[in-house]
Ligand binder design. Structure first.
Ligand code: SF4
Length: 401
């Protein structure tokens, strides 16, 4: 047997990789982690909460703090409003008097807030390492290459791009340039129907290129538009031609980007079976970013806002197994002591990048603003912002939005 010995230098040189470790390196153009350049307060600082209160009071109406549903409690305590990514971006746009928008969420959300707010408003992401692994699964050069593949297959003219909110501003801009729309997990069915109507209707032969979450695209097309699983193909940007033949692209109706959420992708059909066995009569409610078989096995499927409303409306004493991010599920359990709230997975499932925003980062960002320094400002390239805005405006013009 022969042994391969790695030369010592190989240990010193970082291996070339598409992946940057969170919090290290610098790649502002992507959702990947970058260094936080400031001197953060220690998490153990006993005055941290008082410092946060003092900085928040000093900023007053000049600042508006947005907190995504998946943020930590210590951050949500300082949020002026909580919600999903689209609701938060609209809330920011509705407060033109706020000079600073502190976005406690992830990078693509802060980009959307920058696109939807005025030039006089500055959007701050307290930790630049708070990216989104799903958004990072679709880089703009990959999407442009994919469109070339569709052109070569002769299907681009009959294809409308639809991108989930959870994508970079560059992908939203690509979608706007190609006459498509953005969607959220609440309105994906309306967006898909609109897109198919542009190329002959759901019954026709036109196609949608859905990015970057294959699960939301598949679940919506099959459950709400009546397409079949065979109508869906997965385009893998790491394979030549997306791993598909030209004929497969011609036959498909939904061309799903090979992306997924690292949190919701963890839930399995087995989790659903085990929850039902453990608590007879339990209601299983999951987010549409979960895999198709999980969604098919659940009782209800819906966005974070839908899940919150379902729990609000639930009968006292009812039991629920919830398949979404753990910070939100824990808060729901605390808000509904009269109901049994279970987490669908047996292991914890926080969104690691959402959790990058903690109280030390928020205090640092707010104290910096009080001192006259704007840190971690998120600015979208003006041309991308114009086209991304076109795709977002198209979403707002969809019926029933
Ligand atoms: S929960 Fe999933 S989609 Fe949301 S920010 Fe985290 S990785 Fe991205």
């Amino acid at each position: 047997m022969s042994l391969t010995v790695t030369p010592p230098s190989a240990f010193n040189e970082p291996a070339p990789s598409a992946l940057l470790l969170l919090g290290r390196g610098a790649d502002l153009a992507s959702e990947r982690g970058v260094e936080c350049p400031g001197d953060l307060p220690a998490a153990s600082d006993p005055d941290l909460v008082d410092r946060a209160r003092a900085a928040r009071a000093a900023l007053g109406d000049r600042a508006f703090v947005l907190g995504h549903h998946y943020q930590r409690d210590e951050v949500i305590d300082f949020a002026d409003v909580t919600g999903d990514s689209f609701k938060l971006a609209r809330e920011a746009a509705a407060r033109p008097e706020a000079e600073f928008i502190l976005f406690c969420g992830v990078h693509f959300m802060a980009e959307s807030a920058d696109i939807l707010t005025s030039d006089a408003q500055q959007v701050v992401l307290p930790d630049l390492a708070a990216g989104c692994s799903m958004a990072d699964m679709a880089a703009i050069h990959q999407v442009e290459d994919a469109w070339d593949v569709l052109l070569d297959a002769g299907v681009a003219e009959d294809t409308v791009p639809v991108t989930y909110m959870n994508s970079s501003a560059a992908i939203k801009a690509f979608t706007g340039r190609h006459g498509g729309t953005v969607c959220t997990s609440s309105n994906a069915h309306v967006a898909l129907r609109w897109a198919f109507d542009r190329v002959g209707g759901v019954e026709g032969s036109g196609k949608v290129l859905f990015m970057p979450d294959q699960h939301l695209g598949r679940n919506t097309a099959v459950r709400q538009l009546g397409l079949s699983l065979d109508d869906c193909v997965v385009f893998d940007p790491r394979k030549p031609g997306g791993g598909l033949t030209a004929q497969e692209l011609r036959d498909a109706r939904m061309i799903l980007w090979r992306g997924h959420c690292s949190v919701h992708g963890r839930f399995t059909e087995r989790n659903v079976v085990e929850a039902r066995a453990a608590v007879p009569g339990i209601n299983v409610i999951v987010h549409p970013e979960c895999r198709h078989e999980v969604v098919a096995a659940a009782d209800q499927v819906g966005s974070t806002e839908h899940i919150i409303k379902a729990l609000d409306a639930a009968e006292p004493g009812s039991a629920w197994a919830i398949g979404t991010e753990l910070n939100l599920v824990r808060r729901l359990a605390n808000a509904h002591p009269d109901k049994q709230v279970h987490y669908l997975d047996s292991t914890v499932c926080f969104c690691s990048t959402m959790n990058r925003i903690d109280l030390p980062h928020l205090v640092w960002a707010m104290e910096s603003l009080v001192a006259g320094r704007v840190v971690n400002r998120i600015v979208v390239d003006p041309d991308d912002a114009r086209w991304a805005r076109a795709a977002l405006d198209q979403m707002l013009a969809l019926p029933g939005i």
